[in-house]
Design a protein around this ligand. Structure first.
Ligand SMILES: N[C@@H](CCC(=O)N[C@@H](CS)C(=O)NCC(=O)O)C(=O)O
Length: 302
């Protein structure tokens, strides 16, 4: 009997999870759809600015490779990358910085880009988006795609976010995705190289904070802080984000060591502070994963 319970319990939980709606924005009709890969740091930047502005949206999360079907469809072949923000009236934004610009323009009271600092903030954002973000992505996938065990941990993350159809295809997609990562030269032996690119931006951040200021551009939080914290969140895995990037239980030991290293750095501490003080609304404990319930079943939107 105990054996049957042990089998049916997880099975029933899995079946229910396929149909769960993780929070269509309560009381408001969704007006925007954010197409993402759940763990993508570019997507987290978009999610953060959308959440802080109170913009109603649903998240349409997919695993890498499969995501391009949805982004290409939404942009009529214009873009394969995530995030893509599909707004009402046929407007589509295909870049995380443009999403931040859109939110900044629609919500001037957030003061994301104070006019006198706009240019400097944009230049800093560019360093985060290029050197650092690319190196973090390479490091992340090099470690997670390294062997069958680490691949299975990544698959577990996607399993909780995919639609049923995508989950059925998951072993095949994971196999091809891991091969692509390795063919692209993203391997664990190059982690030191990726770290050097990451450290360049972290050193710059620590240099800025060394005069005791609270934020990267002074005493006010700006888009620079949000951009840096969200783009580097995978380095320190803030607890507030674990609803989206998975709990520590599905982190490979090699990656855990990297996280410990970055958490011990001043720049890492800054990211953790940004998450604990600014990422969530008052009283909320974890980043809301506003996944569209329809997406759970077929990956289709109704
Ligand atoms: N400039 C883009 C870059 C986004 C980007 O590189 N996204 C990655 C995921 S982290 C991606 O979608 N890569 C797969 C692809 O381009 O098909 C932005 O800031 O939104």
């Amino acid at each position: 009997m105990a054996g049957k319970k042990g089998f049916f319990g997880p099975l029933i939980r899995w079946l229910l999870s396929c149909f769960r709606g993780v929070g269509r924005v309560k009381g408001k009709a969704p007006t925007a759809r954010l197409i993402t890969v759940g763990n993508s740091h570019f997507c987290e930047k978009a999610r953060w600015v959308l959440d802080m502005s109170g913009t109603p949206y649903v998240e349409d999360a997919h695993m890498p490779l499969i995501h391009s079907h949805f982004t290409a469809e939404a942009t009529q072949g214009g873009s394969t990358s995530v995030p893509v923000l599909v707004l009402g009236e046929g407007k589509v934004i295909t870049d995380s910085s443009e999403i931040a610009d859109h939110i900044a323009a629609a919500h001037p009271s957030l003061e994301l880009y104070p006019p006198e600092q706009r240019e400097a903030i944009k230049a800093f954002e560019e360093a985060c988006n290029t050197t650092m973000a690319v190196a973090i992505r390479r490091m992340f996938y090099a470690v997670y795609c390294d062997n069958l065990w680490t691949q299975s941990l990544l698959a577990r993350l996607y399993f909780g976010q995919n639609s049923i159809i995508e989950n059925i295809l998951l072993p095949i997609t994971m196999f091809f995705f891991s091969r692509l990562i390795k063919r692209g030269g993203m391997v664990v032996s190059r982690v030191g190289e990726y770290q050097r690119d990451i450290e360049r931006v972290l050193d710059d951040v620590e240099q800025r904070l060394s005069d005791g200021r609270s934020y990267l551009f002074g005493e006010r939080m700006t888009a620079a802080d949000i951009c840096f914290a969200s783009m580097a969140a995978l380095l320190v895995r803030p607890t507030e984000l674990q609803t989206i990037i998975g709990t520590d239980a599905i982190v490979p030991s090699t990656y855990k060591k990297l996280v410990d290293h970055y958490r011990s750095r001043r720049a890492g501490q800054f990211i953790l502070r940004m998450y604990s003080e600014h990422r969530l609304s008052e009283g909320v404990k974890a980043a809301p994963f506003r996944q569209d319930p329809a997406n759970k079943i077929l990956g289709l939107r109704f």
